[in-house]
Ligand binder design. Structure first.
Ligand SMILES: [Zn+2]
Length: 299
Protein backbone atom coordinates (compact mmCIF):
# COMPACT_ATOMS: atom_id res chain seq x y z
CA UNK A 1 0.00 0.00 0.00
CA UNK A 2 1.31 3.38 -0.89
CA UNK A 3 -0.04 6.91 -0.65
CA UNK A 4 1.38 7.71 -4.07
CA UNK A 5 0.05 6.72 -7.48
CA UNK A 6 1.62 7.27 -10.87
CA UNK A 7 -0.59 8.36 -13.75
CA UNK A 8 1.67 8.47 -16.80
CA UNK A 9 4.54 10.80 -15.96
CA UNK A 10 2.69 12.50 -13.09
CA UNK A 11 2.76 11.30 -9.49
CA UNK A 12 -0.16 11.85 -7.10
CA UNK A 13 0.47 11.79 -3.37
CA UNK A 14 -2.39 12.04 -0.93
CA UNK A 15 -1.85 14.15 2.20
CA UNK A 16 -4.38 13.86 4.99
CA UNK A 17 -5.78 16.74 7.03
CA UNK A 18 -8.90 15.34 8.74
CA UNK A 19 -11.15 12.30 8.66
CA UNK A 20 -14.39 11.78 10.53
CA UNK A 21 -18.15 11.62 10.63
CA UNK A 22 -19.37 14.80 9.02
CA UNK A 23 -23.16 15.09 8.64
CA UNK A 24 -26.34 13.00 8.51
CA UNK A 25 -26.37 11.30 5.11
CA UNK A 26 -29.94 12.29 4.32
CA UNK A 27 -29.16 15.94 5.18
CA UNK A 28 -25.94 16.08 3.15
CA UNK A 29 -27.75 14.46 0.20
CA UNK A 30 -31.40 15.47 0.68
CA UNK A 31 -32.67 13.40 -2.28
CA UNK A 32 -31.52 10.20 -0.58
CA UNK A 33 -33.42 8.33 2.11
CA UNK A 34 -32.59 5.84 4.86
CA UNK A 35 -33.72 2.94 2.69
CA UNK A 36 -31.14 3.79 0.03
CA UNK A 37 -28.21 3.93 2.48
CA UNK A 38 -29.26 0.73 4.15
CA UNK A 39 -29.72 -0.99 0.79
CA UNK A 40 -26.19 0.00 -0.30
CA UNK A 41 -24.64 -0.93 3.03
CA UNK A 42 -22.14 -3.30 1.43
CA UNK A 43 -20.74 -0.54 -0.81
CA UNK A 44 -20.97 2.37 1.61
CA UNK A 45 -20.25 1.06 5.13
CA UNK A 46 -18.03 1.70 6.94
CA UNK A 47 -15.73 3.80 4.69
CA UNK A 48 -18.37 6.25 3.42
CA UNK A 49 -21.26 5.96 5.85
CA UNK A 50 -21.64 4.93 9.47
CA UNK A 51 -24.78 2.76 9.83
CA UNK A 52 -24.99 3.24 13.61
CA UNK A 53 -25.23 7.04 13.47
CA UNK A 54 -26.42 7.56 9.88
CA UNK A 55 -23.56 10.02 9.34
CA UNK A 56 -21.41 10.32 6.22
CA UNK A 57 -17.73 9.62 6.76
CA UNK A 58 -15.55 12.15 4.95
CA UNK A 59 -11.92 13.16 4.54
CA UNK A 60 -10.20 16.48 4.10
CA UNK A 61 -7.15 15.79 1.99
CA UNK A 62 -4.77 17.50 -0.38
CA UNK A 63 -3.46 15.83 -3.50
CA UNK A 64 0.16 16.68 -4.29
CA UNK A 65 0.95 16.39 -7.99
CA UNK A 66 4.46 16.35 -9.38
CA UNK A 67 4.26 17.29 -13.03
CA UNK A 68 6.98 18.62 -15.34
CA UNK A 69 9.26 19.33 -12.39
CA UNK A 70 6.70 21.38 -10.49
CA UNK A 71 4.88 20.67 -7.22
CA UNK A 72 1.15 21.36 -7.46
CA UNK A 73 -1.37 21.12 -4.60
CA UNK A 74 -5.02 20.35 -5.33
CA UNK A 75 -7.26 21.84 -2.59
CA UNK A 76 -6.02 22.95 0.80
CA UNK A 77 -8.59 21.68 3.30
CA UNK A 78 -9.96 23.63 6.26
CA UNK A 79 -6.75 25.07 7.74
CA UNK A 80 -5.82 25.76 11.35
CA UNK A 81 -7.21 28.32 13.80
CA UNK A 82 -9.96 29.58 11.47
CA UNK A 83 -13.05 31.22 12.97
CA UNK A 84 -16.09 29.29 11.63
CA UNK A 85 -19.10 30.25 13.76
CA UNK A 86 -21.60 28.31 11.61
CA UNK A 87 -19.41 25.29 10.83
CA UNK A 88 -17.78 24.42 14.15
CA UNK A 89 -16.50 21.06 12.89
CA UNK A 90 -13.92 22.96 10.79
CA UNK A 91 -13.35 25.87 13.18
CA UNK A 92 -10.31 26.23 15.46
CA UNK A 93 -8.63 23.12 14.06
CA UNK A 94 -5.08 22.41 15.11
CA UNK A 95 -3.94 19.58 12.87
CA UNK A 96 -0.43 18.59 11.82
CA UNK A 97 -1.23 19.00 8.13
CA UNK A 98 2.10 20.73 7.42
CA UNK A 99 3.87 17.83 9.16
CA UNK A 100 1.96 15.41 6.94
CA UNK A 101 2.95 17.46 3.92
CA UNK A 102 6.60 17.40 5.04
CA UNK A 103 6.35 13.61 5.42
CA UNK A 104 5.34 13.56 1.74
CA UNK A 105 8.57 15.45 1.00
CA UNK A 106 7.02 18.89 0.57
CA UNK A 107 8.07 22.01 2.48
CA UNK A 108 5.82 25.09 2.08
CA UNK A 109 8.44 26.93 0.02
CA UNK A 110 8.63 23.98 -2.42
CA UNK A 111 5.08 24.45 -3.68
CA UNK A 112 4.87 26.03 -7.15
CA UNK A 113 1.11 26.02 -7.76
CA UNK A 114 -1.97 25.81 -5.53
CA UNK A 115 -5.26 24.87 -7.20
CA UNK A 116 -8.50 25.44 -5.29
CA UNK A 117 -11.12 23.41 -7.17
CA UNK A 118 -13.58 25.93 -5.76
CA UNK A 119 -13.80 28.63 -3.15
CA UNK A 120 -15.36 26.87 -0.17
CA UNK A 121 -14.33 26.76 3.47
CA UNK A 122 -12.96 23.18 3.27
CA UNK A 123 -10.92 23.73 0.08
CA UNK A 124 -9.00 26.95 0.71
CA UNK A 125 -8.09 26.69 4.42
CA UNK A 126 -4.37 26.01 4.18
CA UNK A 127 -3.96 28.76 1.60
CA UNK A 128 -3.04 30.84 4.64
CA UNK A 129 -1.57 30.51 8.14
CA UNK A 130 -1.84 32.81 11.13
CA UNK A 131 1.37 34.75 11.75
CA UNK A 132 1.58 37.64 14.23
CA UNK A 133 -2.23 37.87 14.18
CA UNK A 134 -2.33 38.15 10.39
CA UNK A 135 -3.29 35.65 7.74
CA UNK A 136 -0.36 35.18 5.38
CA UNK A 137 0.17 32.81 2.43
CA UNK A 138 1.30 29.35 3.60
CA UNK A 139 3.12 28.74 0.34
CA UNK A 140 5.15 31.92 -0.30
CA UNK A 141 6.58 30.85 -3.69
CA UNK A 142 3.36 29.50 -5.17
CA UNK A 143 0.94 30.93 -7.70
CA UNK A 144 -2.58 30.32 -6.38
CA UNK A 145 -4.99 29.54 -9.22
CA UNK A 146 -8.65 30.60 -8.84
CA UNK A 147 -11.49 30.64 -11.32
CA UNK A 148 -12.49 34.28 -11.54
CA UNK A 149 -16.19 33.39 -11.34
CA UNK A 150 -15.73 31.79 -7.89
CA UNK A 151 -13.44 34.53 -6.67
CA UNK A 152 -16.01 37.16 -7.66
CA UNK A 153 -18.98 35.16 -6.35
CA UNK A 154 -17.49 34.79 -2.87
CA UNK A 155 -16.11 38.31 -2.63
CA UNK A 156 -18.52 39.93 -0.14
CA UNK A 157 -18.02 43.30 -1.82
CA UNK A 158 -19.95 42.03 -4.84
CA UNK A 159 -23.09 41.38 -2.77
CA UNK A 160 -24.10 38.08 -4.42
CA UNK A 161 -26.91 36.07 -2.86
CA UNK A 162 -25.17 32.91 -1.59
CA UNK A 163 -26.86 29.79 -0.29
CA UNK A 164 -23.65 28.82 1.55
CA UNK A 165 -22.93 32.25 3.04
CA UNK A 166 -23.15 31.26 6.70
CA UNK A 167 -21.08 28.07 6.63
CA UNK A 168 -18.44 29.99 4.65
CA UNK A 169 -18.42 33.00 6.95
CA UNK A 170 -14.95 34.64 7.21
CA UNK A 171 -13.55 32.25 4.58
CA UNK A 172 -12.94 34.81 1.84
CA UNK A 173 -11.36 37.28 4.25
CA UNK A 174 -8.99 34.84 5.98
CA UNK A 175 -8.10 32.39 3.17
CA UNK A 176 -8.57 34.09 -0.21
CA UNK A 177 -8.18 37.86 0.12
CA UNK A 178 -4.69 37.62 1.74
CA UNK A 179 -3.52 35.69 -1.33
CA UNK A 180 -4.68 38.41 -3.67
CA UNK A 181 -3.21 41.10 -1.43
CA UNK A 182 0.17 39.31 -1.48
CA UNK A 183 0.06 39.35 -5.30
CA UNK A 184 0.02 35.55 -5.54
CA UNK A 185 -3.45 35.05 -7.10
CA UNK A 186 -3.89 34.03 -10.75
CA UNK A 187 -7.47 34.34 -11.99
CA UNK A 188 -8.63 32.48 -15.03
CA UNK A 189 -11.77 32.96 -17.12
CA UNK A 190 -13.52 30.95 -19.83
CA UNK A 191 -14.19 27.21 -19.92
CA UNK A 192 -10.67 25.80 -19.56
CA UNK A 193 -7.26 26.78 -18.24
CA UNK A 194 -4.13 24.78 -19.03
CA UNK A 195 -1.54 24.45 -16.23
CA UNK A 196 1.00 22.42 -18.21
CA UNK A 197 1.01 19.76 -20.92
CA UNK A 198 -0.48 17.18 -18.48
CA UNK A 199 -2.97 19.24 -16.50
CA UNK A 200 -6.02 21.28 -17.53
CA UNK A 201 -8.68 22.93 -15.39
CA UNK A 202 -12.20 22.76 -16.79
CA UNK A 203 -15.22 24.63 -15.49
CA UNK A 204 -17.97 22.37 -14.05
CA UNK A 205 -20.31 24.90 -12.42
CA UNK A 206 -23.25 24.24 -10.11
CA UNK A 207 -21.90 23.34 -6.69
CA UNK A 208 -20.36 26.80 -6.96
CA UNK A 209 -20.35 29.04 -10.07
CA UNK A 210 -16.61 28.48 -10.58
CA UNK A 211 -16.15 24.86 -9.50
CA UNK A 212 -13.50 23.38 -11.77
CA UNK A 213 -12.28 19.87 -12.31
CA UNK A 214 -8.61 19.24 -12.95
CA UNK A 215 -8.00 16.78 -15.78
CA UNK A 216 -4.72 14.89 -15.81
CA UNK A 217 -3.75 13.24 -19.10
CA UNK A 218 -0.27 11.78 -19.49
CA UNK A 219 1.11 8.97 -21.65
CA UNK A 220 -2.40 7.68 -22.40
CA UNK A 221 -3.44 7.51 -18.73
CA UNK A 222 -6.01 9.79 -17.13
CA UNK A 223 -7.34 10.99 -13.79
CA UNK A 224 -9.76 13.77 -12.92
CA UNK A 225 -9.86 15.69 -9.63
CA UNK A 226 -13.48 16.70 -9.25
CA UNK A 227 -13.59 18.52 -5.90
CA UNK A 228 -17.18 18.60 -4.64
CA UNK A 229 -18.82 17.53 -7.87
CA UNK A 230 -19.80 14.66 -5.59
CA UNK A 231 -19.40 13.89 -1.89
CA UNK A 232 -20.26 10.20 -1.82
CA UNK A 233 -20.29 7.11 -4.04
CA UNK A 234 -24.08 7.47 -3.67
CA UNK A 235 -23.90 10.28 -6.25
CA UNK A 236 -22.14 8.03 -8.77
CA UNK A 237 -25.10 5.65 -8.54
CA UNK A 238 -27.49 8.64 -8.56
CA UNK A 239 -25.86 11.48 -10.50
CA UNK A 240 -28.96 13.65 -10.14
CA UNK A 241 -28.58 13.77 -6.36
CA UNK A 242 -27.03 17.05 -5.22
CA UNK A 243 -25.46 17.87 -1.90
CA UNK A 244 -27.16 20.41 0.35
CA UNK A 245 -24.27 22.79 -0.41
CA UNK A 246 -24.89 23.11 -4.17
CA UNK A 247 -25.57 26.73 -5.20
CA UNK A 248 -27.31 25.93 -8.53
CA UNK A 249 -29.02 22.50 -8.41
CA UNK A 250 -29.78 22.24 -12.15
CA UNK A 251 -26.26 23.16 -13.24
CA UNK A 252 -24.73 20.89 -10.59
CA UNK A 253 -26.63 17.89 -12.01
CA UNK A 254 -25.62 18.76 -15.57
CA UNK A 255 -21.96 19.14 -14.65
CA UNK A 256 -21.94 15.91 -12.62
CA UNK A 257 -23.39 13.89 -15.50
CA UNK A 258 -21.02 15.47 -18.03
CA UNK A 259 -17.87 14.87 -15.98
CA UNK A 260 -18.89 11.34 -14.93
CA UNK A 261 -19.53 10.48 -18.59
CA UNK A 262 -16.08 11.78 -19.62
CA UNK A 263 -14.50 9.87 -16.73
CA UNK A 264 -16.14 6.56 -17.64
CA UNK A 265 -15.68 6.94 -21.40
CA UNK A 266 -11.96 7.75 -21.00
CA UNK A 267 -11.09 5.15 -18.33
CA UNK A 268 -10.01 7.97 -16.05
CA UNK A 269 -9.52 7.63 -12.31
CA UNK A 270 -12.19 9.67 -10.48
CA UNK A 271 -10.70 11.60 -7.55
CA UNK A 272 -13.32 13.47 -5.49
CA UNK A 273 -12.20 15.75 -2.68
CA UNK A 274 -13.73 14.00 0.31
CA UNK A 275 -14.06 10.26 -0.27
CA UNK A 276 -12.92 7.94 2.50
CA UNK A 277 -11.78 4.37 2.00
CA UNK A 278 -9.44 4.20 -0.98
CA UNK A 279 -10.33 7.80 -1.96
CA UNK A 280 -10.45 7.38 -5.76
CA UNK A 281 -12.27 4.99 -8.06
CA UNK A 282 -12.73 3.93 -11.68
CA UNK A 283 -16.29 3.98 -12.98
CA UNK A 284 -18.24 2.39 -15.80
CA UNK A 285 -21.15 3.77 -17.82
CA UNK A 286 -24.14 1.91 -19.17
CA UNK A 287 -26.39 4.42 -20.94
CA UNK A 288 -27.33 7.01 -18.31
CA UNK A 289 -26.23 4.85 -15.39
CA UNK A 290 -22.86 4.62 -13.69
CA UNK A 291 -21.35 1.88 -11.57
CA UNK A 292 -18.13 1.63 -9.60
CA UNK A 293 -15.23 -0.51 -10.84
CA UNK A 294 -11.84 -0.67 -9.08
CA UNK A 295 -10.73 1.52 -6.21
CA UNK A 296 -7.32 3.19 -6.36
CA UNK A 297 -4.46 1.95 -4.20
CA UNK A 298 -4.15 4.97 -1.90
CA UNK A 299 -3.64 4.13 1.74
ZN1 LIG B 1 -15.85 20.26 0.11
Amino acid sequence: MTATLEIGAVSITRVMEWEGLFAPATELIPDSDDRFWDGERELLAPDHWDPASGLVRACLQTFVLRSEGRTILVDTGAGNHKERPYLPVFGHLSTDFLGNLAAAGVQPEDVDVVVNTHVHVDHVGWNTVLQDREWVPTFPNARYVFSKSDFDFWNPLNGHERHGALVNQNMFEDSVLPIQQAGLADMWEGDTHRLDSNLTLELAPGHTPGLSVLKLESEGERAVFVGDLLHSPAQILHPDWNSCFCEDPRLARESRRRVLSWTADNNALLVPAHLGGQHAVEIERCGDEFTLKDWAAFT
